[in-house]
Design a protein around this ligand. Sequence first.
Ligand code: S3P
Length: 170
Amino acid sequence: MKIVLIGFMGSGKTSISKILAKNLNYRWVDMDRLIIAKSGRNSDREIFDLDGEKVFRDLETSIAAELEREKDIVISTGGGIIMNPKNMFHLKKDAITIFLKSSFFTSKNRISKKNPPPLFRDVETARNLFAQRLPLYIKYADIAILTENNSPSNIAIDIVEKIKSYENNK
Ligand code: S3P
C-alpha cells in the first residue's frame, strides 16, 4: 500500500508519517528531503531564495512522478503539493491519501519563528494560502484526521484504524 500524507505547513506531516511508517514497517520518505537532495541546496529556504519557487515546484513534480509506482511506503509531502494536479495524479495512483487537518492558529504556533518555511515568513501570506488550499486538501483526501490536541503517536494509531475501515468499506 502507498500512504500519502497531505496538509498545511505545521500540520504534523513529517513527525506523524515517520511514526506511521515505523508502525506499519513501511519505508518512509519525506518529499522535501528528496527535493533538497536533488537540488544540491541545503534547505527548501535556500532553493526558494537562490533558485526561485518555480525550480522548487518543478523538482517537486518530478519527485512525485518518481514515487508513482512505489508500494509499502509512507510519503510525507510539502504543504503546496496539492497546488499542481499533476503531483496528485502521480501520488494518488494506488494510494490512500490522508489529510492532516489543523487550524491556521495551531499551524502557526507549530512553525519555528526563527526559521520559518519560505511561505510562512509573512503570516498574512500564509493565512491566505491556508484559505486557498483548504478545499484542495479536502478534495484530494480519502481520509481526514484532526491533529489538534493529540500526540503524533496517537494520531498514527488513529490513521491505521481509519485506513482499515476505509479499506473494509470500499
Ligand atoms: C511549502 C511547504 C514546505 C515546503 C516548501 C513549500 C508550501 O513543506 O515544501 O517550503 O508551499 O506549503 P512543509 O509543509 O513540510 O513545511
